[in-house]
Design a protein. Structure first.
Length: 101
C-alpha cells in the first residue's frame, strides 16, 4: 500500500479555501476563550500501539504569541511555527463548528 504524499501547494489551497469560506460566512475573528490544552509529546504521538500516558499542558496564548510575529513581513517565518499553528487551527475548527450558521 502506497503512502499518500502531502503537497505543500495543496495544503495551502485547502487552508485558503477553508478560511475564505469562514470569512464569507461572516466570521472574521474569534477570541481565544481557552488558555490551556492537552498535548501528547511527539515521542508518543504516532505510536498507536501504545496508549499515551504522558501528556503536556500547552497554552494557546503562548502558541499565538509565537506565531503572530510571522505577520511582520520583515520577520522570517520558521518551520517550527507549524507546531504552534496546529492547535490554533484546531481551536478555530472546534469553536466555529459549534456556532450557529
Amino acid at each position: 500500500m502506497s503512502r499518500p504524499e502531502v503537497k505543500i501547494a495543496d495544503v495551502r489551497k485547502i487552508v485558503n479555501r477553508i478560511l475564505d469560506q469562514i470569512e464569507k460566512d461572516g466570521a472574521t475573528s474569534l477570541p481565544l476563550s481557552e488558555t490551556y490544552y492537552w498535548d501528547v509529546p511527539e515521542e508518543g504521538r504516532y505510536d498507536i500501539d501504545a496508549r499515551p500516558t504522558d501528556f503536556d499542558i500547552r497554552s494557546l496564548h503562548d502558541d499565538w504569541d509565537c506565531i503572530r510575529f510571522a505577520l511582520d513581513e520583515s520577520e522570517q517565518p520558521i518551520v517550527d511555527q507549524l507546531i504552534e499553528l496546529a492547535p490554533i487551527l484546531r481551536f478555530l475548527g472546534d469553536n466555529l463548528s459549534r456556532e450557529p450558521k
